[in-house]
Design a protein around this ligand. Structure first.
Ligand code: RIB
Length: 309
C-alpha cells in the first residue's frame, strides 16, 4: 500500500440550511446550523483516513479552540498530524456555507491560518513528508506555496494529484508538474479560459492535456467523471444517490482516486471508487459527515447500477 500526504487548507465550516439562497440585502430564516470540520485539504485527508489509507496532513490551524479540536479530530479519523502546525497568533480558517434544498452550496471563507502555509513553512515540513508516495494538493493555501510544492514533488518523482479548487488560472509550468488534474466544470472553464466560450467539455479536456502525459480527470457531479489522456477520453458513470449536501463531494472524489491508486488499482477502477466515495459524501449534511469507509463505497459499487447519463 502506498502512503498519501495532503498539503492544504484546514477550515471549520459554519453550515446553515436555507430553503433557497438569499438575494443581496435579504435576511432569510435558515435551519439545522452546524459547526463542522472542513477545508478542501483537510477533507481530502479525512476522507482518505476513513477509507483506511495511510495519510499524513500538512497544514496550519490557529492557536484557538477550533485548531485544538481539529487536531484531535484528525487523529480520531486516522490522519497523521505531525505536519499540522499551530499558528498561535492567527485564527483557524472558517467557511460560511449555505446549503439549499437541492443540496447545492454557497461558500465564503476567511483563510486565517491557511495563509501561514508559506513557501518558508513548506521548506520546513516537506522533508518530513518524503516517505509518502502520492501527494494531494488544492488551491486554498497561498498559490506560491502550491507552485513550490508541485515543482519539488515532481522533481522528486512523486505522484501529484492537483485539485484546481477554488478555481484559478494556472501557469503551464505548474501544470507540467501535475500527474492527475481533477477540475469540475467551473474549474475546467477557468483553466481553459483562453478557448472560445462555446467550446465543449471534451475540447477543453484535450486542451488541458496538450501533448503531455498528464491525466485530466474531469469531475462531472452526478454524471460521474471523464478520464482524459493523450490517447482519448473515457466516461466513467456516477452512482445515483439523493443529495442532501454536495459540500466536499469533489474532495471525497479526490481521496477515492488517490485511495485506488495507493492500493494499486487501475486508473479506471480508481475513478469508479472515486465516483462511489463522492456520491456517498453528498448523502449527509456537512463536508465530512457522509464520507464512506472503503467497505461502504465498494458496497455501493457492487449493488448499484451506475447512471447512464
Ligand atoms: O470543498 C468543500 C470545502 O470548501 C468546505 O469544507 C469549505 O471549508 C470550503 O473550503
Amino acid at each position: 500500500m502506498k502512503k498519501c500526504a495532503v498539503i492544504g487548507s484546514i477550515n471549520m465550516d459554519l453550515v446553515l440550511r436555507v430553503p433557497r439562497f438569499p438575494r443581496p440585502g435579504e435576511s432569510l430564516i435558515g435551519s439545522s446550523f452546524k459547526t463542522t470540520f472542513g477545508g478542501k485539504g483537510a477533507n481530502q485527508a479525512v476522507a482518505l483516513g476513513k477509507l483506511g489509507i495511510p495519510v499524513r496532513m500538512a497544514g496550519q490551524v490557529g492557536g484557538d479552540a477550533f485548531g485544538e479540536a481539529y487536531c484531535e479530530h484528525f487523529q480520531s479519523c486516522g490522519v497523521d498530524v505531525r505536519a499540522v502546525q499551530r499558528a498561535q497568533d492567527l485564527t483557524t480558517a472558517v467557511a460560511d456555507i449555505f446549503v439549499n434544498d437541492a443540496g447545492e452550496n454557497f461558500i465564503g471563507t476567511d483563510p486565517g491560518a491557511n495563509l501561514a502555509c508559506t513557501p518558508e513553512w513548506l521548506d520546513r515540513i516537506l522533508p518530513g513528508l518524503m516517505d509518502c508516495d502520492i501527494f494531494l494538493l488544492q488551491l486554498e493555501i497561498p498559490l506560491e506555496s502550491v507552485f513550490c510544492a508541485l515543482k519539488r514533488l515532481h522533481a522528486a518523482g512523486k505522484t501529484v494529484i492537483l485539485d484546481p479548487a477554488s478555481a484559478a488560472p494556472l501557469p503551464e509550468e505548474a501544470l507540467a508538474c501535475v500527474d492527475y488534474l481533477t477540475p469540475n466544470e467551473t474549474e475546467l472553464r477557468t483553466l481553459t479560459g483562453n478557448l472560445p466560450e462555446a467550446s465543449g467539455t471534451e475540447e477543453r479536456i484535450r486542451a488541458l492535456i496538450g501533448g503531455s502525459d498528464r491525466v485530466v480527470v474531469h469531475k462531472s457531479g452526478a454524471h460521474g467523471a471523464y478520464i482524459g489522456t493523450r490517447h482519448g477520453i473515457t466516461h466513467v458513470p456516477g452512482y445515483p444517490v439523493k443529495a442532501v449536501d454536495t459540500t466536499a463531494a469533489g474532495d471525497t472524489f479526490n481521496a477515492g482516486l488517490a485511495a485506488g491508486l495507493a492500493m494499486g488499482r487501475s486508473l479506471e477502477e480508481s475513478v469508479r471508487l472515486a465516483n462511489a466515495a463522492g456520491a456517498l459524501a453528498v448523502t449527509a449534511l456537512g463536508a465530512q459527515a457522509g464520507m464512506p469507509t472503503l467497505e461502504a463505497a465498494e458496497s455501493l459499487m457492487a449493488n448499484s447500477a451506475s447512471t447512464l447519463r
